[in-house]
Design a protein around this ligand. Structure first.
Ligand code: SAM
Length: 407
């Protein structure tokens, strides 16, 4: 058992009660109401208490006692395929730094560096930008197992430098950023926040207020009663990266849609979801800190925030298309052959079958292949990106960027 598997259900409940008191205090300090993005920030990241911020870490062993599984945790072939795109652009553009945002368990960092090494290119430094001290500790444990030649390249940035040149990557980090909630009423949009309830079983309740929230144009399609999310933190994060990036590429992979799909009338309940023990639920106020809380990404908003700071939109496609363009099937073929000790025509063994099933999960339209997208934003690059050679859907995003900032 490692130290991340040692959290007992009792400890979980105790931490949740302490987090609840902390949130109740924040509500009292704010005069009886906090916006949902403030609640989500506390529930996920309050130091020592939040879902991602508890020590020794509430995520458990990924794939075992975990709450959800991300692509890099599914199979190292995800990192190996992403490595092809990263190495190709870094080599031709002379970029010697990789920055990973929100590195979770550290799995992607370890597998990506190993894959880059196997492909004959390594960055001078691999910098991790991680908001949670507990997750950073977990990443440090993970990279401790790497050979010295790889481990020595990894560093943690406490803050983004004022200027840097790099290939920046982030898998499932944008969906973990706090969102505001907006509710459509007959009178217009209200902001949904959180207040205290006089109920020992459920001490927090929803409370809607008229605030100065700015709706996006596509929200007009949503009917009265609809609830949706506003991604101010995500947009600000992209804008800051874009302002500080001298030359380089941002590649973000996450579940989400362009705004016109996000605000489709059939999605009138919004996309806010919680995950606990591989089950999704819709009660973010229930036992704060014990479930992950996430919202789908509005990729039009990401593209717009990037355009506003002068980044070029170099590609937007589904995860399946991106990985196929980057040679996932060839990578799988090599892995299966290696698992069969190179005996061609031999029936696939258990390891080969497991790799094939994991790849199916990454590619299948019913699983991660279509819901997950990849967006590429850049400054000063000339190299065409292999991940977008077929099936690039940039036009769908460009159509939704305000004309004064479209590039
Ligand atoms: C859903 S996990 C994904 C982890 C990993 N990338 C993966 O794919 O397995 C989200 C990660 O992003 C981190 N995170 C959230 N907001 C962040 C921010 N603003 N800057 C850096 N890291 C952040 C969380 O602490 C967590 O490590």
């Amino acid at each position: 058992m490692n130290r991340f598997q040692s959290l007992s259900p009792d400890a979980d409940q105790q931490r949740s009660r302490a987090l609840l008191s902390h949130i109740e205090q924040a509500i009292a300090d704010a005069g009886g109401w906090i916006a949902f993005d403030r609640y989500m920030e506390l529930a996920l990241y309050a130091p020592g208490l939040g879902y991602y911020a508890a020590d020794p870490g509430v995520l458990g062993a990924w794939g075992g006692s975990s709450d959800f599984v991300t692509a890099p945790e599914c199979t190292p072939l995800f990192a190996a395929t992403l490595a092809r795109q990263v190495a190709d652009v870094a080599r031709s553009e002379n970029l010697d730094t990789i920055v990973e945002c929100g590195a979770g368990s550290g799995r992607l960092a370890c597998d990506l560096l190993a894959a880059l090494d196997a492909q004959g290119w390594l960055p001078r430094q691999y910098a991790i930008l991680e908001v949670s001290a507990a997750m950073r500790a977990r990443q440090q444990d993970a990279v401790a197992g790497l050979p010295e030649g790889l481990r020595a390249r990894i560093t943690w940035w406490d803050a983004l430098p004022d200027r840097f040149d790099a290939v920046v990557i982030g898998n499932e980090v944008l969906d973990a950023m706090p969102v505001k909630l907006a509710v459509r009423t007959a009178q217009g949009w209200l902001e949904r926040g959180v207040a205290r309830a006089d109920d020992a079983q459920q001490p927090l309740r929803w409370a809607d207020r008229a605030t100065a929230i700015e709706s996006r144009p596509s929200m007009r399609a949503l009917p009265a009663g609809a609830v949706t999310e506003l991604h101010l933190a995500c947009d600000a994060f992209i804008a800051t990266l874009g302002e500080r990036l001298g030359r380089g590429l941002l590649l973000f992979i996450d579940y989400g849609f362009p705004a016109h799909e996000y605000d489709h009338p059939q999605r009138a309940c919004g996309t806010l979801r919680c995950h606990r023990a591989h089950r999704a639920h819709d009660e973010p106020l229930w036992q704060p800190g014990t479930s992950d809380i996430t919202a789908h990404v509005n990729f039009s908003g990401v593209a717009q925030a990037a355009a506003q700071v002068g980044l070029d939109l170099l590609g937007y496609t589904s995860q399946a298309r991106f990985l196929l363009n980057c040679g996932l099937l060839e990578t799988l073929g090599a892995a299966v052959a290696a698992a069969q000790d190179g005996i061609s025509g031999a029936p696939m063994n258990r390891a080969g079958l497991a790799q094939t099933a994991a790849v199916q999960r990454l590619l299948s339209e019913a699983e991660m292949g279509e819901l997950f997208k990849v967006i590429a934003l850049a400054r000063g690059l000339n190299t065409p990106l292999m991940g977008f050679t077929h099936g690039d859907r940039r036009a769908a995003l460009r159509a939704e960027i305000a004309p004064q900032v479209a590039r």
